[in-house]
Design a protein around this ligand. Structure first.
Ligand SMILES: [Zn+2]
Ligand SMILES: [Zn+2]
Length: 256
């Protein structure tokens, strides 16, 4: 079993409704796995902890994985704040580690596409993502995360990277988390870094046809657009009602 808590499910932009507990209030995307592993901690995690009264939620965090250097995924000040409590290990590509720099209490470990690492009791393979940053030297990462269950963490990214697919098609996935930053909007050539809901459905179809997903596989969409006006969560939930897709929201908890 792998326990997942979504501390943020939004994307760049600070348009948020007033109610911080609303399912349409989306912080920058951060995932907590168990109690020790954080993916892409943003500065919002401390406010999340306060707003949801999850005191001590972050006190056991020992390892931080960073997918890429976009500002909604990489917060150096959040890493600093976590390291003030106790020493942490940070796993990221060389260009991302360069941005983080030397921080007291942080041990930095370089990873690259296809690195295999052990983080606590999780086996993790870094996979290349279809997602570009301004740094041409940087390859954004997705992660294949395994314990007794297997999870694909696919944000940020559009579609499936063909090299990542070569790895994914060999495993049986119990859960997948997909980027859906375009929500139910149009897909255009200018939006090749992210998915809309139709693209997520196509990815699922491809993975199912490749035999790596079963009827029991859980699919979760996250990295949704920020908006002042509510209603997106309910609208998307209604749109996926007859599918196995779940719409994540800040505070969402699921075991796979
Ligand atoms: Zn992003
Ligand atoms: Zn990004």
């Amino acid at each position: 079993m792998i326990e997942l808590r979504f501390l943020g499910t939004g994307s760049l932009g600070d348009k948020r409704p007033k109610n911080k507990l609303s399912k349409d209030y989306r912080r920058f995307p951060t995932l907590l796995i168990g109690s020790q592993v954080l993916i892409d901690p943003s500065e919002d995690i401390f406010e999340f902890q306060e707003s949801f009264s999850f005191f001590g939620l972050l006190s056991s965090v020992s390892d931080v994985l960073i997918t890429h250097s976009h500002l909604d995924h990489l917060s150096v000040s959040a890493i600093e704040a976590l390291a003030k409590r106790s020493e942490i290990r940070v796993w990221a590509t060389a260009p991302v580690l360069d941005v983080i720099g030397d921080i007291r209490g942080v041990r930095r470990f370089e990873i690259a596409p296809f690195s295999r690492i052990t983080v606590g009791d999780l086996d993790i393979i870094a996979l290349p993502a279809n997602h570009a940053t301004d740094n041409a030297r940087e390859v954004a990462l997705n992660f294949l995360i395994r314990r007794d269950k297997t999870l694909f963490y696919g944000l940020d990214g559009a579609g499936i990277n063909p090299l990542a697919f070569e790895v994914l098609k060999e495993v049986s996935l119990d859960g997948c988390i997909f980027d859906c930053a375009l929500a139910d909007g149009e897909y255009s050539q200018g939006s090749v870094n992210h998915n809309n809901l139709d693209a997520v459905k196509i990815i699922i179809d491809i993975l199912q046809k490749a035999g790596c997903c079963t009827d029991g596989t859980k699919y979760i969409i996250s990295h949704l657009p920020s908006a002042k006006k509510g209603g997106l969560h309910d609208r998307l939930t209604e749109m996926v009602e007859d599918t196995a897709i779940k719409v994540a929201y800040d505070g969402y908890y699921i075991c796979i």
